[in-house]
Design a protein around this ligand. Structure first.
Ligand SMILES: Nc1ncnc2c1ncn2[C@@H]1O[C@H](COP(=O)(O)OP(=O)(O)OP(=O)(O)O)[C@@H](O)[C@H]1O
Ligand SMILES: [Mg+2]
Length: 507
């Protein structure tokens, strides 16, 4: 990665000449070349005409074309254009809209010069990082994609071979392995390639169904056979006739039910709960567990005869940490899936971020990896996942690992140092925090914990029902007012008018 030879160009779009002047003054102290536009229309025209500036600072409220509209036009003309929106009126709605339409960040007036510089610098660094991943080559091909299961490590190749071997027959297969290693995926793959693929595949999670209901679930029941059995019910085995049933978490199945499963396996027949009729079923059984069945057999909590009946062919799914060479493929596969489902637009991963991903131990295996790729892709601002986009817990776990070389912690390790920002507490911890990758030294401790906070808030925003932005706003207002009881001064600190602050307090 090399620093651009020319100074970075920054386009400032604001209808207020004073703001343009003060921003240019601050930014030119770092040698940036400033271009000014006095309206949204003028700014958009400049971007369209090119050459594209390295960064755009865009005011939200302008007479004529507003900032949000200009942002949309700029991003549709150049989807990679980095834009920071500026506003004196921080509302949740504008902040959300800004980020939704692809702003890189959002800053509030009045500006702290150090904050502006730090923000601009981070944006430009992200841009450089994104450019550096332009030669990224996805490691999977269309065949892998169709198969829905990827991995080129020798252990996974062995798994694929066994899948191929067991598809021709109806032999019972037992799949073992830690949570998230792909047991169900393998079961589906066996079914898809077998002569039973036109008949159902039904997965039953034995751990999720209470003991008193599992038999009815599997074998069905007759009307009135127990309290609550108001009508006849057809069980999964009957529904699955001709197909494949996947008994997940078989180690959690009660002994009484185990006996009945043995009967299906030996005689190919079932009886509905409360019924007398014997029903013939033709079902292939694939079982899975992450429990130690051998131990359970010794402890007599799992039937030995059933164990041998199920364990005709055993597929042991290796944990992800034992096959790190598969990780890049799985990451690409997840990204392709996300793009296909229109959940994200990210198609690449920076080498530094990939190095961290590959070094993590992934206790939750592929499921955890999938989840992390998803979370990172959603917050990534360009077309690549960078180190800063990875969840803090992954970066920290890898950074804390004794084998991790210091250079792995952040992309900036590979980029020549950018001009230093004065390390005022505010500039360093508030404005740059969302973009700073964690380092292990004390100076960046506050960024790291703020980063964690942002991650946690982001999780809440995604999963919770609470309007996070207004909560943050309220918490901030409370703190400022506690420290500065004079409303006019408090309003100024918050970048609000006194009336606006009063209105917010009333709310
Ligand atoms: N080799 C792989 N290639 C692509 N995706 C995979 C692979 N292995 C697992 N996955 C994905 O990871 C997730 C977890 O897989 P799966 O549900 O099959 O795991 P499991 O072993 O059954 O987990 P659990 O024991 O928690 O039920 C799924 O979304 C699956 O698609
Ligand atoms: Mg499973």
């Amino acid at each position: 990665m090399s620093e651009p030879a020319k100074p970075a160009t920054i386009l400032v779009i604001d209808d207020d000449a004073e703001i343009r002047y003060s921003l240019s003054r601050v930014l030119s102290t770092r040698g940036y070349q400033i271009i000014e536009a006095a309206s949204g229309e003028e700014g958009v025209a400049l971007v369209k005409k090119g050459p594209a500036p390295d960064l755009v600072l865009l005011d939200v409220r302008m007479s004529g074309m507003g900032g949000i509209e200009a942002l949309q036009l700029i991003r549709s003309a150049n989807p990679r254009q980095l834009v920071i929106l500026m506003t004196a009126f921080g509302t949740a709605q504008t902040a959300i809209e800004a980020m939704k339409y692809g702003a890189f960040d959002y800053m509030m007036k009045p500006f702290d010069p150090q904050k502006v510089l730090a923000l601009a610098e981070n944006a430009l660094k992200t841009r450089a990082d994104l450019h550096a991943v332009s030669d990224y080559k996805p490691s999977i091909n269309a065949d892998d994609y169709r198969e829905g299961i990827v991995g080129s490590s020798p252990v996974m190749q062995d798994v694929f071979k066994v899948i191929g071997q067991v598809t021709a027959s109806d032999v019972t297969v037992m799949i073992t392995g830690e949570s998230g290693t792909g047991k169900e995926l393998v079961a589906r793959s066996i079914w898809k390639h077998s002569h039973r693929s036109s008949k159902p595949f039904i997965a039953v999670n034995c751990a999720a169904i209470p003991d008193n209901l599992i038999e009815s679930e599997l074998f069905g029941h007759e009307k009135g056979s127990f309290t609550g059995a108001t009508g006849q019910r057809i069980g999964k085995f009957e529904l699955c006739d001709g197909g494949t049933i996947f008994l997940d978490e078989i180690g959690d199945m009660a002994l009484a039910t185990q006996t009945k499963i043995l009967r299906v396996l030996q005689q190919g027949e079932i009886q509905r709960v409360g019924g007398v009729e014997t029903i013939k079923v033709d079902v292939r059984v694939i079982a899975a567990t992450n429990k130690d069945l051998e131990e359970m057999v010794k402890a007599k909590t799992f039937r030995e005869d059933l164990y041998y009946r199920l364990n005709v062919v055993r597929i042991k799914m290796p944990p992800l940490r034992e096959r790190p060479e598969d990780i890049p493929q799985i990451v690409d596969f997840c990204l392709q899936n996300l793009v296909k489902q229109k959940k994200a637009r990210v198609t690449k991963v920076s080498p530094e971020a990939m190095a961290i991903i590959c070094r993590h131990r992934w206790p939750g295996n592929v499921r955890e990896l999938e989840n992390v790729v998803y979370r990172s892709a959603v917050i990534a601002q360009g077309d690549a996942i960078l180190v800063k986009d990875l969840p803090a817990e992954i970066r920290e776990a890898v950074a804390a690992s004794p084998e991790t070389p210091a250079a792995l912690a952040t992309e900036s390790a590979a980029v020549p140092a950018a001009p230093a920002v004065e390390p005022t507490a505010l500039a360093a911890s508030v404005s740059t925090a969302p973009f700073v990758a964690p380092a292990t030294d004390v100076a960046t401790k506050s960024e790291t914990s703020l980063d964690d906070l942002y991650d946690a808030l982001f999780e809440k925003l995604r999963t919770g029902e609470e309007p996070i932005l207004s909560q943050i706003e309220r918490a901030m207002i409370d703190r400022v007012i506690a420290a500065e009881p004079d409303l006019a001064k408090a309003a100024k600190l918050l970048g609000l008018t006194k009336a606006a602050l009063q209105k917010k307090r009333e709310k």
